[in-house]
Design a protein around this ligand. Structure first.
Ligand code: SAM
Length: 284
């Protein structure tokens, strides 16, 4: 079957009594140009291991294998997982794991090392899957993901943007994020109601030590729970490792050159890093 042909994909589904599942985000990519853009954004994958989450009918899996990658594909739908290898001609470079990417033992699966994760992620759980994977010791250096445009915007949102939130501030600590191309609903079958974007994340070195990283995640998690509040007011109520007296808090903000009235979405990644460093120094 030509997996970029909407009519062939639709006919296969009808012939096999397969109804795409909305809850699992089963909107299959049926557009050759977008497929080529995703594979090109992954870089040279020949002879390298690539992770794919949600291979579905295998359009991306097939293209990655054709580019010479060895693919580990994790698919929750047991019917799709069960047919994938045979449907693609039992390629030696493909291993399919029938599992929920939200529950799988990633530390074990990531053990062999992957140069990239290349996926058309299910919309409802895409961000959760990425955040669960991106900060693990064995995480791939690069992610090329097809996600809802709104989600891509959040990942890349700079300070001051209304789209700035916890996911972006966390991902930007470790990754350079770039939008590769837009993918309209017509490129999928069935068509989703939203626009999609191919986004690439390339890992860069992080200058924070382990304890500072811990504070970075704690500070930003707390702050983005109440993004409209002022930073000083937010941190005054902090508990656990972030708790400190009002005088200590003023001193810490002053050291970072931060106005207590600034709001969480206005801080740059390097300002959050400074704050995390000051907090870590005060608590160790
Ligand atoms: N890669 C295929 C493509 O581009 O046409 C399918 C992409 S479709 C947007 C998302 C895929 O993720 C579906 O095959 C769906 O069954 C699978 N999926 C949904 N939730 C999942 C989960 N929690 N873990 C693993 N796979 C999941």
């Amino acid at each position: 079957m030509n997996l970029t042909s909407p009519s062939q994909v639709k006919d296969w589904c009808i012939a096999n009594g397969f109804h795409p599942n909305k809850v699992l985000g089963q909107n299959f990519l049926v557009d050759r140009n977008s497929l080529d853009a995703i594979v090109a954004a992954a870089g040279d994958v020949a002879g390298q291991r690539v992770l794919e989450i949600g291979p579905g009918l295998g359009v991306l899996t097939e293209a990655l294998l054709a580019a010479g990658a060895e693919v580990l594909a994790v698919e929750k739908d047991t019917r799709l997982a069960g047919r994938l290898s045979e449907a693609l001609g039992n390629p030696s470079g493909l291993l399919v794991v029938a599992a929920d990417a939200l529950r799988v033992d990633w530390d074990e699966l990531l053990q062999p090392g992957f140069c990239a994760c290349v996926s058309n992620l299910p919309y409802s759980v895409g961000t959760r899957i990425l955040l669960d994977l991106a900060f693990r010791a064995g995480a791939p250096e690069r992610f090329v993901l097809l996600v809802q445009s709104e989600v891509a915007e959040r990942f890349a949102a700079p300070e001051g943007s209304p789209h700035r939130g916890q996911a972006g501030v966390w991902l930007q600590l470790d990754y350079d994020i770039s939008a590769i191309c837009q993918v309209p609903p017509t490129c999928f079958w069935p068509r989703p109601e939203v626009d999609s974007t191919v986004v690439r994340l390339d890992r860069h070195p992080c200058g924070l030590a382990a304890e500072e990283r811990k504070r970075y995640f704690e500070l930003t998690k707390l702050s983005f729970m109440h993004r409209r509040k002022q930073l000083g007011a937010l941190l005054r109520k902090a508990a656990g490792a972030l708790a400190c007296s009002d005088a200590e808090l003023s001193e810490r903000l002053k050291k970072c050159g931060l106005d207590p009235k600034i709001r969480p979405e206005e801080l740059s990644v390097s300002q959050w890093e400074s704050l995390a460093t000051v907090y870590a120094a005060a608590t160790t």
